[in-house]
Design a protein around this ligand. Structure first.
Ligand code: M6R
Length: 366
């Protein structure tokens, strides 16, 4: 049942080229230059005229919502808020009929997320559900939705469900952007053909597993890890840290890289590994300065960079290269080595990766 892998988590990590392809299949049609999604079509006017899009979710699904914030604002030019379902539901939030609330949930059973959409529905918002489990409570409580087609996820740590969520959210953001005219036809077409290449690039990324094994060997005994990223890769830093703490029990924190000097830099010494997602984008130079600041304090740098980045190679202790893609889609690729790193560290520490202590696959109580 584990398909020859030692754990479900590893199997699910390696399934990602297929699960992302399944999520895009029949929806992303690059040859025709279109995206076809029935739920989005049906509620197209609601999305186009939305005064705001609110994402509600928990855990890893909340991280997918953060990636979507960048996508929806860039592609569709709609203001976005990303909410922890648990906070949103208890603070008497301001919701109007012009709001579209997108609930993201692998299981479709998370108690707080379900309660958040019930509340928003009562206040007249349109509810769109993004679930992996077909027929789940959140899917049923939504007006419309789009399933991720990741297939059953058994490992408690979410891996392929996350990338499928990001893929489906990319499709929706692109389609709304096209409908609103926020994206030009040529930009839309170039983005969809790039998105179509992602499964292949994820496959390529998985080939660098050995690199994550050797990094894991060096750092498996540390007590703390820091993860930094900016822009589209800030949520990836959060996700990398969550994945490490939940399965290896190493304390880890993710931060937007620029926040480092507002506190976390005090933690840096020769015992602190810092995973920096430093792909080429608008803020690249600034991330390079962060790396220099960490090195000046003897921190250890594990950098995720674009292929052929010599600048960072000279500064970092370890470099993991990713294939080039549009900045917006980098989370689908940069997440992969971080999943593998957590997995290998957890295995080396003798942890139960598929069933970490104190955690349940779906959190049906608040
Ligand atoms: O089923 P959901 O996506 O609603 O679950 C949300 C979180 O409980 C979940 O993502 C959790 O954080 C995972 N264990 C993360 O790997």
């Amino acid at each position: 049942e584990k398909g020859g892998y030692d754990h479900f988590m590893l199997k699910e990590i390696f399934e990602q080229p297929r699960s992302i392809r399944d999520t895009l299949r029949g929806r992303l049609l690059p040859d025709e230059g279109i995206i076809s999604m029935s739920g989005v079509k049906e509620y197209g006017a609601k999305f186009e005229n939305a005064s705001r899009i609110l994402f509600v979710a928990c855990g890893t699904s909340w991280h997918a919502g953060l990636v979507a914030e960048y996508m929806f604002e860039e592609f569709a030019r709609i203001p976005v808020e990303v909410e922890y379902a648990s906070e949103f539901r208890y603070r008497n939030p301001i919701i109007t009929e012009d709001d579209v609330v997108i609930a993201i949930s692998q299981s479709g059973e998370t108690a707080d997320t379900l309660a958040a959409i019930e509340l928003a529905k009562k206040k007249g918002a349109t509810i769109f559900g993004i679930c992996n489990v077909v027929g789940s409570s959140i899917a049923r409580a939504s007006h419309a939705g789009a399933y991720t087609h990741a297939g059953p996820e058994i490992g408690v740590a979410s891996t392929k469900a996350f990338t499928a969520q990001v893929a489906v959210l990319a499709l929706i953001a692109l389609e709304i952007g096209r409908r609103k005219g926020a994206l030009t036809e040529s930009r839309f077409r170039s983005l969809i053909s790039e998105l179509d290449q992602i499964p292949k690039k994820v496959e390529q990324m998985l080939e660098s597993e050995d690199m994550t094994v050797s990094i894991a060997e060096m750092y498996k005994d540390v007590s703390n890890f820091l993860y930094l990223g900016r822009g589209y890769n800030f949520p990836v830093a959060l996700e990398g840290a969550l994945k490490l703490k939940e399965i290896s029990y190493i304390h880890a924190e993710g931060y937007p890289a620029a926040e480092m000097k507002h506190g976390p830099i005090a933690l840096i010494d020769e015992n602190m590994p810092v995973v920096v997602i430093a792909t080429k984008n608008g803020q690249y130079e600034k991330v390079v300065s962060n790396i220099q600041e960490i090195k000046a304090r003897n921190g250890k740098i594990i950098a995720v960079v674009n292929e052929g980045d010599e600048t960072i190679r000279e500064m970092a202790d370890h470099v993991i290269e990713i294939p080039d893609t549009d900045e917006a889609f980098t989370p689908l690729i940069t997440t992969i080595p971080l999943q593998l790193l957590s997995y290998h560290i957890a295995v080396m520490r003798g942890c139960n990766v598929d069933q970490p202590r104190n955690l349940a696959k779906s959190v049906t109580v608040e």
